[in-house]
Write a protein that binds this ligand. Structure first.
Ligand code: ZN
Ligand code: ZN
Length: 370
């Protein structure tokens, strides 16, 4: 079963190669997992638990002794090759037998030092290989989710939502952001998450004006916005969910900003579908916020793909250099926000599954209504 899946994904990758590429060196941990089934994650980005070398006919997973047994168990259909002294020498040896002239490599994931060492080792061993940077090739394959991937994300999201509702019910003045964040971690794990998709964000009062605030010893107070952004990881797949809360009765300002962000989000969720340009998708929400004069306070993209990585392709960005056509089967977030220095912020984040005629909202947790 896994064997078939790996074979199909490797074939899909090969059909995307430009004709001049003879082989691909895959270094991104999620890309490696997607193509091989090997579930190791490289938590320290200066270390790798393995690289894939994929030629027209063969696929190798190069790893060291620490990961050998694990890789053999999971990377079915690939030849697992152990390197002991040098990854570069082992790679060079494999390349020699493969008649690879042009080798594509993932420039986003190979550190400069590792790249230099590999190039040097291959050159010293003799093969005349031209290294060609390749960006986003496996990531593009990962954009459209297969049914089993959608199912894993749904499981991760359900667990995330359950946790959020429990934690929200226990919010109280005087509790610190860090205490709430720990409560989120504990509950996610106890409910069966294999890991967190990312460290939870709990941002109270003025801290909620910082979209990626790290929870600290700030004590929650009545009447202030509280942003909570969390996600579980289940079977490798991530969830991503944000809601904004207030303790006690919300004031006029909170109601106004919250209602506006929700209106922007709802418009995007109604208008999104596959086949759209990602800039047009972003604009659906951005126009609503900008029309009320808060355009500058919404300083990040409308959303991002979610899968094996919590942030992956596509990006719903207003910028041209990131523009793509949205694909059916993509799971993306819709997360407009307004951030006002000194006051705080409101962000609302749902996950949606793109179909050809609509976006299916996967998130079920509701909103404040007035
Ligand atoms: Zn989030
Ligand atoms: Zn997000």
């Amino acid at each position: 079963m896994e064997n078939t899946r790996n074979t199909l994904r490797l074939e899909a990758l090969r059909t995307r190669w430009t004709p001049e590429i003879d082989a691909m060196l895959v270094a991104g941990p999620e890309n490696r997992r997607y193509l091989s089934g090997f579930t190791s994650r490289d938590d320290n980005f200066t270390e790798t638990s393995g690289l894939l070398l994929i030629t027209r006919k063969q696929a190798f997973l190069l790893t060291d002794f620490r990961y050998l047994e694990w890789a053999r168990q999971e990377a079915t259909g690939l030849e697992v090759v152990m390197y002991s002294q040098s990854l570069g020498t082992t790679l060079a040896g494999l390349l020699q037998g493969q008649e690879v002239r042009i080798l594509g490599f993932e420039d986003a994931y190979l550190t400069y030092r590792r790249y230099q060492r590999l190039v040097q080792a291959v050159a010293e061993a003799g093969p005349n290989v031209e290294w060609q940077p390749v960006a986003g090739m496996v990531e593009a394959l990962r954009e459209s989710k297969a049914p089993e991937e959608v199912a894993a994300i749904r499981r991760a999201l359900a667990l995330t939502e359950e946790t959020l509702l429990e934690v929200a019910a226990a919010l109280a003045p005087g509790r610190t952001e860090a205490q709430v964040a720990w409560e989120i971690e504990r509950r996610l794990r106890e409910k069966g998450a294999e890991d967190l998709a990312f460290p939870p964000i709990v941002a109270g009062g003025p801290n909620s004006a910082k979209p990626h605030h790290h929870p600290g010893d700030y004590r929650l107070q009545e009447g202030e916005p509280i942003i909570i952004d969390l996600g579980a990881r289940v079977d490798g797949y991530c969830a991503d969910l944000t809601r904004t809360f207030v303790l006690g009765p919300p004031d006029e300002q909170f109601r106004k900003i919250y209602t506006l962000v929700r209106r922007a989000q709802a418009r995007a969720e109604q208008g999104l579908r596959s086949g759209m340009d990602s800039r047009d998708a972003d604009a659906l929400a951005r126009e609503v916020i900008a029309a009320q004069g808060y355009g500058d306070a919404f300083g990040h993209s409308l959303g991002h793909g979610v899968g094996l990585a919590v942030h992956e392709a596509p990006s719903l960005s207003p910028f041209k250099d990131r523009a793509t056509t949205l694909l059916p089967g993509s799971i993306i977030t819709v997360e407009p926000g307004i951030y006002l220095t000194g006051w705080g912020g409101v962000r609302l984040e749902d996950m949606v599954l793109l179909h050809e005629d609509r976006a299916e909202v996967l998130t079920a947790v509701g909103f404040f209504e007035w």
